[in-house]
Design a protein around this ligand. Sequence first.
Ligand code: SF4
Ligand code: SF4
Length: 460
Amino acid sequence: MSEPCSPQSQPQQRLIDKELLDACIHCGLCLPACPTYLATGREMESPRGRIYLLNQWNEGTLPLQSRLAEHIDSCLGCLGCQTACPSGVKYENILDQARPHLAARKPGILRFGMRFGFSNLLPDYPRLHFVAGVMRQWQRLKGGELLRRLAGVKPNQPIATSEPLQQNPVQKLFYRLWQLNALLPEIPSFKPLPKKSWQAGEKKGTVQLFAGCVMDVFYNSVNHASIDLLKAQGCIVEVPEQTCCGALAAHAGETDVMLSLARRNIRSLEVTEGPIVVTSAGCGAMMKQYAEFLHDDEEYAARASAVSQRIVDVTEELAKNDFKHNDRCGAELPDLKIAYHAACHLAHAQGIREAPQKLLLDFAAAVNSVTPNKIELIPLREAEHCCGSAGIYNLLHTELSMEVLNRKMDLIKESGADTVVTTNPGCMLQIKAGVNQRRVPVQVTHLCELLRDAYCGEVE
Ligand code: SF4
Ligand code: SF4
């Protein structure tokens, strides 16, 4: 059932829990971990600055006016600061409490459009795939080139320039549409996931695959690769009834939409068995939080907790077991210099670091045992720093997002890698946009696709 697009209730004028803000001792140790601070050099774009502003707002010294709201809103929500903070500041909880207040300040039409998307597009998979199909045709017909001309943009102009040259409102609108279009990767054709599948041989149990909404449109092949890998490890893989996890709604402060989607997923998933394997780090982080968000819901608290406890990232699940490999392992792959970019929602939000590293190390060892020196794992500086994607942040704050991305792209170049591996669709979209913009010979791939090509061979 579709959800209403107008807010069901305005956020209560409860401010942020004082003890959350008081935990900050203003030491500044989080500043070097904050991508928006590194990009701007401005204290108010840092975790410490934002906590200071929220404190002022909490105490009634500052109203939540545009300038204050902008500084909070420009936070990526990457949680790099939470990892870096020695005082245990729960920045994620602070953001969760601040976001509904920021959402209430958005212009009505923008908020309505966003709520419509979160409630009626992302969770409605037939509708989402219809829109994806239209966009695919648009890309085939080179619609981006038309927008570029209408916007008066020169060929090869960067996606974000601090001072767009367009002066008249119509050209400005086309410029914005051209920017958004340029951030999209090529939308591939879609192949439905099998409802239930397995491989011959000994079985180790049943798992549920959570395919995601955006993930399955842009990276449907990653979900197929994940299923192949899970089957290769002896799993019976089911793809249960599911809907959007609600992460994008939550990040936009539309908590009621997220809760509605969470309840739908809980109803579908609680009747299934086994771990719920998630291929998008952003979805996994959100679903692990269902228990926290619904802890005071009498009907759903225990059910949410049971579902949240079953959520595992696909890398966690795959790292539990070794892959069998033969003397052709990775033989079809070209020589690769691989750098790993850790998705914020995997490393910072879920604290998952070892599993992807183990999978990569095992993969390199397996392939190199067949063809020596084929795979080189390259260190990437600031690998855990956000790339600037952060859900739909890159669409709403394109200029700052591109500044954050520029730093990431400089470091990828510095590393000498020709392949960037990550585990989140948002990171893949963003880094791919950086690659396209700079026209550098770097491929961006999900870890599961890389592993599938080595352990399962080419799959159609
Ligand atoms: S958030 Fe943590 S690291 Fe940052 S200034 Fe506050 S106490 Fe220091
Ligand atoms: S969540 Fe990320 S962008 Fe926001 S203050 Fe923390 S480190 Fe900076």
